[in-house]
Write a protein that binds this ligand. Structure first.
Ligand code: MRU
Length: 373
């Protein structure tokens, strides 16, 4: 999508050196647009872990390119063992987004037939590239299916702007292009359907305020940033027509793990009869799990993310301010699980389905990747 009028996606092979992968440093946005080089599997691991790159689909593709980078530096004799070690290592970078494990497993399965390190390097580069393109195609398909929902509401409102609430950043920055939750919004906006987006700030890291708001600004989409605790009030006053959020892991029966605070928005939506949709590619579906609350691993991050708020200081430089009593303990759960009963539907690359085992199975009768590669 657009960055100052220029088209970008979130990850690419260096145009002059294909041993280097380039990504946008999302920790600095919206204050600075900086591109960083990943040259080793360690670089890819750190970029995922420290959230230089984040968002489930992008984490997955970065992990896949991480495998490619690890092969470049592996030895001719032990490349198979080193590949397995790198896969375990990269998968451990962040626990909740299942895309990371799914794409790395898909990659290692494809590489298992290789007879030489050289062959494996070539195939890894090709596979990661295909996985990237597939995510773009899936996001675009999600956009088209979700756009129809927005169009329907717009007709009911006689062309009055459709108010959509979203949480965190499930935009193109979290994916490769288009986004998941934002893809229907971008598609509808391109069709001139009047709309407005309520952007949850999404404490503690403020992905909504810092990333989603920036993305929407770059595309010219009308939006308003709100504190995390405002959504319920807006819904009670008829100011939200539709919620669309992303997912880091959705179970086979439709329970959804997403950024912390998503569950509370779903409860408010349910109480106010506001449709609550989750937009996700099938690379975010964990077919091995059913009960999201019991089974999905929830990442706990450093308490410093709560204690100190990052931003632009009055002197125009990036910095941190302490926002709470430093001797108070803090807890920093990064995700929560919304039970499927609060989800109106799942917007996937194959269409929209109920958040139920039957609904998901109808769209994905053969659950296992690799597919469409
Ligand atoms: O911790 P993050 O920023 O990686 O969390 C991202 C989210 O929770 C997104 O909403 C989710 O990955 C869906 S992204 C398309």
């Amino acid at each position: 999508m657009n960055v100052n009028g220029r088209n970008y996606c979130t990850i690419w092979v260096h145009p002059e050196n294909q041993r280097v992968i380039q990504v946008i440093d999302q920790r600095l946005l919206p204050f600075e647009f900086k591109i960083v080089d990943l040259q080793t599997a360690g670089d890819a691991f750190e970029a995922i872990r420290n959230m230089t790159v984040r968002g489930a689909p992008l984490i997955g593709v970065t992990g896949a390119f991480g495998i490619y980078l690890s092969l470049i530096r592996s030895s001719d004799r032990n490349w198979r063992e080193e590949l397995q070690q790198s896969a375990v290592y990269l998968k451990s970078a962040r626990p909740t987004a299942v895309n990371l494990a799914i794409l790395i497993d898909e990659m290692t399965a494809r590489l298992s037939g290789c007879n030489s390190r050289k062959q494996a390097i070539d195939l890894a580069l090709e596979t990661a590239g295909r996985q990237k393109l597939r995510e773009i195609a899936w996001s675009e398909a999600i956009g088209n299916f979700g756009c129809a929902l927005i169009e329907e509401i717009s007709k009911r409102k006689n062309g009055q702007p459709v108010n959509i609430l979203t949480h965190c950043n499930a935009g193109w920055l979290a994916c490769i292009d288009w986004g998941t939750a934002t893809a229907p919004i971008y598609k509808a906006f391109q069709k001139n359907i009047p709309l407005h987006v309520w952007v949850d700030e999404t404490r503690p890291r403020n992905q909504g305020a810092r990333l989603t708001a920036w993305e929407l600004s770059q595309e010219g989409v009308p939006h308003t940033v709100i504190p995390d605790n405002a959504g319920g009030h807006l819904m009670q006053h008829g100011m939200v027509d539709l919620c669309i959020v992303g997912s880091d892991r959705t179970t086979s029966r439709g329970d959804v793990a997403n950024k912390i605070g998503t569950y509370l928005k779903a409860l408010a939506a349910f109480d106010n009869k506001v449709p609550f949709y989750v937009a996700l590619p099938s690379s975010s579906i964990d077919f091995s799990m059913k009960d999201g609350i019991k089974e999905i691993p929830i990442e706990q991050r450093d308490g410093e993310e709560v204690t100190w708020m990052e931003g632009m200081l009055e002197n125009g430089l990036p910095g941190k301010v302490n926002v709470l009593n430093l001797t108070s303990p803090v807890a920093n759960y990064a995700f929560d699980v919304t039970p499927s009963r609060y989800v109106t539907g799942l917007i996937t690359e194959r269409g929209i389905c109920p958040a139920t085992e039957e609904g998901i199975r109808l769209l994905f009768p053969k659950p296992h990747v690799p597919r469409d590669l």
